[in-house]
Design a binder for this molecule. Sequence first.
Ligand code: GDP
Ligand code: MG
Length: 749
Amino acid sequence: MVDDLEIIRKMEKQIGQKLERSTGLEAFFSKASGAYELGENGNVEKLTLASMGLKEMPSSIFKLRHLVSLHLYNNQLAILPKEVSQFKKLERLNLGKNQFGCFPDEILKCTSLTHLSLHTNNITNLPRDIIRLKNLTFLSFHDNTISKLPQEIGQLTGLIECRLYNNKLTSLPKEICWLVNLTKLSVYDNPLKSPPPEIARKGIPAIREYFYSLEGKKQTLNEAKIILVGDGGAGKTSLVRCILKKQFRKNESQTHGIDINKWEVKNGAKSIKVRLWDFGGQEIMHATHQFFLSKRSLYILVLNAREEKKAEYWLKYIESFGGDSSILVVINKIDENPSFEENRKFLTAKYKGIKGFHRISCASGDGIDKFKEHLIEEVKQVELRQSLWAENWLNIKDKLEDLTEHYINYNDYQELCDLEKIETEQRTTLIEYLHDLGIVLHFKNLAHKNVLNPKWVTEAVYKIINSKETARKYGIIYKDEINKILNKEEFTDNKLDLTLNEVAYTLDERNYIVDLMKEFELCYSLNKNRILIPDLLDVQEPDFDFDYENCIRFKFDYDFLPHSIMPRFIVKMHEDTEGNHLWRTGIILKNKAFQARAMVIADDHAREINLYVNGRQKRNYFAAILYAFREINNSFEKLTVKEMVPISNDSQVIVSYNHLLVLTSEKIENFVPDGSDKQYSVQELLGEIQIIKPEENEIMEILIEIRDKLKSVDQSSLMRVLEVKPNFFGVGLDLEPLIKKVFTKITSK
Ligand code: GDP
Ligand code: MG
C-alpha cells in the first residue's frame, strides 16, 4: 500500500509547489495556500490547494482515500473527473471561486459530504438529485446565477446553514419551510418576489411564517404608494391637488409633516388603491421621514422651474432610500419659466430609476393630463402591487390603516389578530413587515405602542425641532418644555383641531414622542430631564487640543452625504462625548476602556467625514467607530461610500482602504500611491488600522473569504460579508491577532 506522504510528494511535483504540513485549524488556514494535515493513523485527512491556478485536479489526489476535507478554493476548475466519487469519507468540499458553469454531478456520489461550497462560480441551477447528499448541513452557493431552487431541497432535512445571496432567485420553494434544522439562510441580493425581500431579510422564521400564512386564502395587494419629494415650494402639494382634480391654490400653505391622500386608479374591472405621500419640512425631518420612504414605491420628483436646479441632489436622495424604485421627474411652474430644462439624457443614464420627464404647470394645467396618464401606467407597474398576501394579513393591514387612533398598543393589535385568526407565531412577522412597508411604526423597544398615524408623529417631531426655544438653546431641551412646545400653536397655518382646554399630547404621549425620536436617532437623553438634538447644536467649533502625531486617520468619502449621518453618529456615540466638545458637524470622543480619543468631523461641502484616533488602544477604538459608521451607512438602501486611508506624513496622499487590502491579497509589499513620489509599505499602512477578532473558528473561513473576495469585490459586498457577523467589530474586542494571520501573514516572508 502506498504511503499518503509519498502521494503528497508526487502531487507537489505535479503542481510544482511545496505543500506545508500543518496541525490544527489555525495553522492550517494561516500558512501557505497549499497545505495538508494528517489524521491519527498518519493518513492525509485534510488538503488545501487554494489559489494555485489549477485547471484540473492533480490525478494523485484520488489516491488519498482518507480525505475528509478538501479545499480547492480559488482555482480555475470547470469540471470534475469521475474519480471524485472515490472519496467515500469526504465530508467537506470547497470548490468556491472556480469556473463551474453548471453543478458538477460527480459530487452527488460523495454521500458523506456535510459541507459543500460552490460559491462564486457560474452555476445557473441546482439538480433535484442534490437530495442524494442526505448528510449535508452546510451549503454555500452564493455569488452564482441560480434562478430557481428545486423543491426537493426541502428533503435535505439536516441542513443548518444555507448561503444563497447574490443569485438570480425570484422565489424560494415553500418546501424550504420543512427544513426544521435550518437556522441560517442568507438570500439577500436576489430579485425575490416570493417571499418579498422585507420578509426574506428577516431570516428563516419569518420566511416560514410567510409561507404558512399563504396556505389559506390569498390575494395580491393591489395597492401602491406614491412619494412626492422636492424642495419646499416646488409644487408637491399643488400637484397632488391636480392629480385629485382639486382646484389650484395660489397661496398653498406649507406642509409641515406628512399629508397622505387617497386616490383610486382604474385598472380593468378592479381599481388600484393608491396613497400619495406628500412630505413637507426641511432636511432635518428626513430622519423621521426615512421610515416612511419605503423601497418599492413610486417616486415623483417635483422641480421648480423658477429656481436653480437641484435635480441630482434629490435623485441621489431618492436612491439612498428608495433603491431602484421608479421615478417620474416633473418640472413644474413652466408658466413662469418656460425655458427651464434638465439634461434628460444625462440624468436618465445616471439614475436608472427615471421613467420619464414632464413639463407641467399646476397653475395653468399644462402638461397635467399627459403626466397623469404616464403616472397611471407606472402605478400599474409597481412591483409591490403584485405581491401575494394572505387574506387575513391583508385584513389586518386594512383595519390598521382605517383606525382613527394615532397609535394602538400591542394588546389591541393582538386582539385584531385574534379576530382574524392569525397564528401567534405570525404576529411579529406581520407587524414588522408592516413597519418595513411604512404602514405602521413598530420598534421592538417601544412595542407597547405602535404608531398608525404618521402625520401625528411627524407633526410632533416637526414642532419640537422647529421651535424657537429649542433653536435658542442649541438643541438642549427640558422635557417640561416639550409640553409647552407641543401644546402651543406655534405653527398657525397647520392648526390641530383642538377644542378649548384640550391638550393635543398627554404626558404619556409626549414621553413616547421623545422615545420615538431616540429610535430615529434624532436625540438622546442628557439626564432624566433633558434631551439633546445634535441637529440643532451650535455651528461653531469649540477650542480643543488634539495630538495628530501617530494617530490613525481615516476618511469616509460619500457620493451623496445624507444630512442625518453625523447627527445619528453623535446619538450613537454620545456616551463617549468629551465634555462639551461637540458641535453641529463634529465631536471629540474619549473612551476610558480603550484609553483613546477620537475626533470626528463632517465636511458637508466636500461630502466627507474625517476620523482621527489616538491613544493606547486606538485601533480597537477606531474599529468601534468604524462599525458605528458602517451600521449607519448600511441602513440606507443605496449609498456609495468610499473608505479612504490618508497617509499620515503626506497629507496630500490618500489611498482607498479597499485598495490596500487588494494589494495585500496580491502579495504586493510596497507601492507608490497616486500623488506621491515615495514608496510605502502596504503592511505598515494597513497595520495602523487593521482590526478583527474571532468569536469562533468559523470566522476564519469568512475572513479568508473576505481576503480572497477582495480582489474582485466592491465595498458593499465586503460590508455584506462583515455583516454576516455583526459582532466582528464589537467594542472591547481585540481582533488583531486573527486578522494578522489571515491578511498580513501572506505578505511576510
Ligand atoms: P410644496 O411646498 O412643494 O408642496 O409646494 P406648494 O404646492 O405648496 O406650492 C408652493 C407655491 O407655488 C404655492 O403658492 C403654489 O400656489 C405655487 N405654485 C405651485 N405650482 C405652480 C405653478 O405651476 N405655477 C405657479 N405660478 N405657481 C405654482
Ligand atoms: Mg407642500
